[in-house]
Design a protein around this ligand. Structure first.
Ligand SMILES: NC(=O)c1ccc[n+]([C@@H]2O[C@H](COP(=O)([O-])OP(=O)(O)OC[C@H]3O[C@@H](n4cnc5c(N)ncnc54)[C@H](OP(=O)(O)O)[C@@H]3O)[C@@H](O)[C@H]2O)c1
Length: 316
């Protein structure tokens, strides 16, 4: 047991840690969980590279963090995960500007979007949440290899319970689009990517962790229609779900834990929730990780598919 749990906050999880000298790259750092993760790790001395697609939003987030952590070392980088060209441009700048990345937190995400496509023609949730981060991580790998902590944290979700990756038609070209099954597919892909990273890079001391942060009121729900919102609230307010909202510092705590906890050093390829490693469970609706999300051959299949679709190649 980690000693932390559902109610733990970022500051509690990081208490006593010294992150000075560490460079932490966080996607979606201008909002919600990413911004709180940046604040909390900056307060412990880490240099934070805050990636987001809108410089004005990044500037606002930087100002908000500096207001509570005046000594924070913050850099920003514009990055649209829905564009391979933007990813290549951002990572090329990152490689010029930074010597290393100790911890990469692939946090950005969209949820329950209408049927839309990224610049490269991928369905938006699969394209942004998984393929964008796959290509980003491949391009940043030389910097991560030079880091000391060598951790990659991928924000997944309990939403992965909604379904596996549909390998024949990940972009919904030949099946009816459903915003929730698409979100579920993308969040399962985040776990399988974690498994794939561990399979390939553990030998270099690089370890990957998938995280379910909990249910937190952020900007993530912005694409839901009122009907979708009502249906979701009706589902989660049933007493047997045991659902309760976390605060943002509680929600970002599992990311901070997965990024720094000594107890899981060298033990990646796992899915974490409430600041511990979750068990495999194909029945529970209140926790655990589905077997299909940890399946090593699915992870391999997703890796090959992602390479084909994005053209991204990890250093071998
Ligand atoms: N909140 C929850 O209850 C919950 C539950 C389970 C999992 N999660 C996961 O936690 C992560 C963080 O979510 P959050 O709750 O903090 O949501 P949020 O407040 O909406 O933050 C999402 C971040 O992702 C960024 N983003 C979206 N599309 C992008 C793109 N194409 N390129 C670059 N950045 C992009 C957003 O930037 P803009 O501001 O420019 O849109 C924003 O900074 C997500 O991966 C989400 O799936 C959250």
């Amino acid at each position: 047991m980690s000693g932390f749990g559902w109610t733990s906050t970022t500051d509690e999880v990081l208490e006593g840690k010294d992150l000075s000298g560490m460079t932490v790259f966080i996607t979606g750092a201008n909002s919600g969980l990413g911004q709180e993760t940046a604040r909390a790790m900056a307060a412990k001395g880490a240099q934070i590279v805050m990636a987001g697609r809108d410089q004005a939003k990044l500037d606002e987030a930087v100002a908000a963090i500096l207001a509570s952590v005046p000594q924070a070392q913050l850099d920003t980088i514009t990055l649209d995960l829905g564009s391979l060209e933007s990813i290549r441009a951002a990572t090329s700048r990152a490689r010029q500007q930074f010597d290393k990345i100790d911890i990469l937190i692939n946090n950005a995400g969209v949820m329950a979007t209408p049927f839309e496509h990224t610049h490269d023609g991928f369905e938006r949730q699969f394209g942004t949440n998984h393929l964008g981060h796959f290509a980003l991580t491949a391009e940043l790998m030389p910097l991560i290899e030079r880091g000391s902590a060598k951790r990659i944290v991928n924000l997944s979700s309990r939403g992965h319970h909604m379904g596996p990756v549909h390998f024949e038609d990940p972009n919904y070209q030949h099946r009816a689009y459903d915003p929730w099954s698409s979100y579920g597919q993308s969040k399962t892909a985040n776990v399988l990517f974690t498994v794939g990273l561990e399979q390939r890079f553990a030998v270099l001391g690089i370890h990957a962790y998938a995280v379910h942060p909990g249910g937190i009121e952020t900007n993530l729900g912005r694409h839901m229609t009122q009907d979708m919102r009502d249906a979701l609230m009706a589902r989660i307010s049933k007493s047997d779900t045991g659902f309760a909202w976390k605060t943002i510092p509680q929600g970002a705590a599992t990311s901070c834990w997965a990024a720094t906890a000594e107890a899981i050093e060298g033990k990646g390829g796992v899915y974490c929730e409430d600041c511990h490693v979750a068990q495999q469970d194909d029945e529970s609706t209140t926790g655990g990780v589905r077997t299909y999300a940890l399946n090593p051959s699915f992870a391999d299949q997703l890796w090959k598919l992602s390479e084909e679709l994005t053209g991204a190649k990890f250093p071998s």
